[in-house]
Design a protein around this ligand. Structure first.
Ligand code: EPU
Length: 418
């Protein structure tokens, strides 16, 4: 099993570019199921769409494998689906297209219970019937014997992939669907704009009410490619590195409008940065004293839960007492015990809240990456620590960040993949 050996304490300088967004690319890949093949609607829909700037990461590879194995029987590959949460994304399209779909409870990051009730409620409202497998109660079979029809549906919990999945289902349904209490994450608008460019009629993406004119089963015809935008979570993670270790560090492709609350908090802790067009620049942040600050994770435009772990690492270097309140997931602070073994002083109050006392000197240790974002947080912790750290289970990190070791080494980090 590959691992990272990381030597800490070095300044980061030069240029680093933000790669294509995982969470924007995954729904667009999954939407390929809504398209007819160039030669007709038979079964040749696979690989029909073109994506530029697609990140070469484990999760996009898994999505492609999943779609390659999917056929008109609507069976989602169970082994692959259990490797990532986004495996739920093609389910609605497969149901609308083939009239039936079977899949396991999706796997992915262990950051909370992560039920799929809002998806199931949505498909049921559109006319589908769900059966749980008798042998494995977490395996689902959903059928739509009468086809799917447009509905007026309100999300009881705002869900990112829930909103994406129901948009895709509604595109092939009969009649108009209205989705209320939809999330505002930029990835929703990227998906809707791509589908609209290829003939769908989706209005209101980027607001809480989205209206989709269904096509009664008529597949989309591919004409316009998708360019994956820069990954806003990678952007925020690099900005945290810049605030801790940057010396003339330039982060290229930074879309500030997609990280408003994050940037407000970065200023609040005293990080100094310059935004020049699409570059975020840290002139001399290396070992600069930062101030404590409180963070509450929220849906967009709030502080992203996916940046909570990296920002907690930053707060270990801030002077004073900070509170981190994770409101989106109930299991996303588990990495803290490992940070404390490195020397941080963090009290876990309950599964949602942690108090950080800083600044604390961190020392290199061996850790196992529990999920994509905590894994990146461990890389940041190792880069600011004294001595050498080992990070195991780096498959989790490779799921979301392309060649992260190579790219961080290019700005002065000391990371070896062994
Ligand atoms: N929820 C339910 N029932 C559902 C669906 C969600 O109770 O049927 C709850 C979740 O348990 C959670 C909350 O609703 O407490 C919000 O979860 P959401 O559904 O929005 O999360 P997601 O769609 O599963 C996406 C990203 C995550 C990111 C969250 C929140 C993708 C592929 N995943 O997950 O990204 O943390 O939105 O922004 O887009 C990551 O990239 O590392 C990652 C975990």
């Amino acid at each position: 099993m590959a691992k990272f050996l990381i030597k800490g304490g070095r300044a980061l300088e030069g240029e680093i570019k933000i790669n294509g967004s995982k969470n924007a690319a995954l729904p667009v890949l999954a939407s390929s199921i809504l398209f007819s093949a160039l030669g007709g609607p038979a079964s040749g829909w696979k690989n029909i769409i073109e994506i530029e700037n697609l990140p070469n990461i484990e999760d996009t590879k898994r999505m492609k494998e999943l779609l390659d194995k999917l056929d008109a029987d609507g069976k989602i590959d169970y082994e692959i689906a259990k490797k990532f949460r986004a495996s739920i994304l093609p389910v609605g399209g497969a149901l609308a297209r083939f009239g039936k779909v079977s899949f396991p409870h999706p796997g992915g990051c262990v950051i909370g219970e992560r039920p799929i009730d809002v998806f199931l409620d949505g498909w049921k409202a559109m006319g589908a019937k769900t059966k749980l497998s008798e042998n494995v109660p977490t395996d689902y079979v959903i059928t739509a014997p009468e086809g799917l029809f447009g509905v007026d549906y309100t999300f009881k919990i705002p869900s990112v992939t829930g909103t994406e999945a129901l948009i895709m289902t509604a595109v092939l349904a009969r009649g108009t669907t209205i989705l209320r209490n939809a999330v505002l994450e930029p990835e929703i608008k990227y998906l809707a704009d791509f589908l609209n460019a290829n003939g769908a009629k989706i209005a209101g993406a980027g607001t809480t009410t989205i209206k989709i004119e269904g096509r009664s089963g008529e597949l989309l015809k591919y004409s316009a490619r998708f360019t994956a935008p820069p990954d806003r979570i990678e952007a925020g993670s690099f900005a945290i590195l810049g605030a801790l270790l940057g010396k003339n560090l330039r982060i290229k492709n930074f879309v500030a409008e997609e990280l408003p609350t994050f940037l407000a908090l970065l200023s609040n802790v005293g990080a100094e940065y310059i935004i020049e067009n699409k570059d975020l620049i840290f002139i001399n942040s290396y070992k600069k004293t930062l101030r404590a600050s409180n963070v509450i994770t929220k849906e967009f435009p709030g502080f992203p839960t996916d940046l909570q772990a990296p920002f907690t690492v930053l707060l270990t270097q801030a002077d004073g007492q900070s509170l981190v309140h994770e409101t989106v997931f109930e299991g996303r602070l588990n990495y803290i015990q490992d940070l404390n073994k490195m020397g941080s002083r963090i009290t876990l109050c309950d599964p949602h809240r942690a108090i950080i006392y800083g600044p604390a000197k961190l020392f290199g240790r061996t850790m196992e990456s529990p999920d994509i974002r905590a894994g990146l947080a461990f890389i940041i912790a190792a880069l600011i620590a004294e001595g050498e750290s080992t990070i195991e289970n780096i498959y989790q990190i490779d799921r979301g960040y392309e060649n992260i070791d190579y790219r961080l080494c290019s700005i002065g980090a000391d990371i070896k993949r062994v």
